[in-house]
Ligand binder design. Structure first.
Ligand code: AHG
Ligand code: MN
Ligand code: MN
Length: 335
């Protein structure tokens, strides 16, 4: 057989990686993540074909968050739901696109919170979107309690990013690993093992259009990042894709800070923040912390928050540890 210089012959497949997980949750996590990966392959294909298949545009409904739902949000929700249901490992699902938590009949003991399509505003412009997932072991206190577990209960988390390549980023206890979909084989291949977030970066990511709604602490922090100081690498550069997955992924690999802060009281309508704790902030926080980063509301560690409801929103500041710590200094009036 002739060697293909373009392919890494030794690269580990996600299926093999999952088969080698250790610890008490190895089997359940392998089943859940395997299902997420197979749903992701279908979603990647549906995204690529959406315009041709007439699957762009709105579904004509709003979700529990009051946001307009796109056809692909619903299609992807069902793809993930069906893949998880088939494993028997997940007993409870919390999805952005399902108003109430869904109890599956299976015997498995895992709760899966997911955002089927993250960054839906990018769907109709062929922009980058993602799928975010968070896996928790059942608490033994019933589905009502399991539908609102803190991020510290996560036994695995990650996301899929549908860009020029489809990549799956996973943490299942030991490290953060990036797998890339080899479309020809329909398999995810380990391409970046053991990713570490740089201690600080030179990039910030925030919706600047919301400046009028910012609390003074955020305004002060962003002003600081934009001020000239050659020694500390300022001004930072701005990047904003409008998809948490895409914006966070840049921070994971290159360092920097992503913010979606709560609006100032009386200023905007998102005074609790925009992003959802259980299937956006908490899984991204677990990936960030496992890679050496930090995730905060500005005043509290994301992973320790108790969700008030399945779809609770939260202020999120995540990325390089020194950059997030500096943002926290602004919140604490230490800077
Ligand atoms: P979703 O598409 O799942 O509702 O998530 C969108 C989120 C997140 O991906 C992104 O960081 C943020 O909303 C963008 O919001 P703005 O358009 O308000 O900047
Ligand atoms: Mn989202
Ligand atoms: Mn979504």
């Amino acid at each position: 057989m002739s060697a293909d210089p373009g392919r890494r012959p030794e690269a580990e497949l996600l299926t093999r990686h999952l088969g080698r997980l250790g610890g008490p949750h190895a089997t359940g996590v392998a089943a859940v993540v395997g299902a997420m990966a197979s749903a992701a392959v279908r979603i990647a294909d549906a995204l690529a074909r959406a315009a041709v298949d007439g699957r762009t545009g709105g579904a004509g409904t709003v979700n529990v968050q009051g946001e307009a739902v796109k056809k692909l949000d619903l299609w992807a929700n069902d793809a993930v739901r069906d893949a998880l249901a088939a494993t028997g490992a997940a007993y409870l699902l919390v999805s952005e696109e399902m108003e109430a938590p869904l109890e599956l009949g299976g015997a498995g003991g895992y709760v899966v919170c997911f955002d089927p399509v993250d960054g839906s505003s990018n769907l109709d412009i062929n922009g980058v979107v993602g799928t975010i997932f968070s896996v928790r072991a059942r608490s033994g206190r019933g589905p009502e309690r399991d539908a609102v577990l803190p991020g510290t209960a996560q036994v695995a988390a990650g996301y899929v990013m549908y860009g020029p390549a489809t990549q799956l980023v996973l943490t299942a206890g030991a490290g953060v690993h990036v797998f890339t979909l080899d479309r020809a084989r329909g398999e995810f291949v380990l391409t970046q093992p053991g990713v570490r977030i740089p201690a600080r970066g030179r990039t910030y990511s925030i919706n600047e259009g919301n400046t009028a709604h910012w609390v003074p602490e955020v305004a002060g922090f962003v002003r600081h990042l934009k001020a000239i100081d050659v020694a500390s690498g300022r001004p930072y550069t701005a990047r904003y894709a409008g998809s948490l997955v895409a914006d966070f992924h840049r921070m994971l690999l290159e360092g920097g800070v992503f913010l979606y802060p709560a609006d100032a009281a009386g200023q905007g309508k998102l005074t609790s923040g925009k992003l959802r704790l259980q299937y956006e902030a908490a899984p991204i926080a677990l990936v960030a912390e496992t890679a050496g980063g930090r995730a905060s509301t500005g005043t509290r560690r994301i992973l320790e928050l108790e969700p008030a409801s399945p779809h609770a929103r939260v202020s999120l500041i995540v990325g390089s540890p020194e950059d997030v710590a500096l943002a926290e200094d602004f919140y604490a009036q230490r800077h």
